[in-house]
Write a new protein. Sequence first.
Length: 255
Amino acid sequence: MLVCLRGNEAHTNERTVLSACAPCMRARLLLFMMCALHIRTRNLVGVGAPHSSLTHSIVLLLFLLWLLFCCRKFTFAKIWVMFAHFEVRRKDLSAARRILGQAIGRCPKDQIFKQYIQLELNLVNVDRCRTLYGKYLQWAPHNCLAWTRYAQLEASVNEHSRARSLYELAVNQQLLDMPELLWKSYIDFEIALGEHERARVLYERLLERTAHVKVFISFAQFEATTAGDAETARGVFDRACVRGCGDGDGDGDGD
């Protein structure tokens, strides 16, 4: 009797594990099938063959099945992106935008935002990129890379005032994931414009927040090479010695 009970218990546990793994297995299977179709259709485009309506119907069916059975538990950014790229290869940009927009609404992720922005960049739709960056930063205001790329986009179209305003908004965020990247980009932006005094002010502002040795070294190198003032560079090193800068105190917060 005891053996029988244990056998039933083991069988029940096995069924529980299989039922728990079923959604994951379905998601992986659909992902595999869509990957295969993605590669196949991409190769077809490479040799100039058009997409067939049957292939489109199959991809659409797989995507709808994934939305129905798997999307609530497994929000793979890759599936949304692959489906959008599939529509781009079919030259249906409206459908690709709808897919990526739905992805942002259902399961916003860095990869989805990046791919959508890259799509609009390739089409030179700067205004759409601005809208997407706004949504991206509303979702992830701590993302320094997003702030930096948005500002660099504005700088690339000679909107320097916009870029500077974005940098200011970014450095004043309460929490930042990589503040050193953001500050470096802001300083490099001013140096590239020949705004040496603005860059010098930024270095001073940064030194109010951190005593990291790399900041002092970068500041001194700027004064010695870019600004061409060796005496001021020596003064920066002297300040570092007096302040007793460390290797990493204060370089991780964005306050």
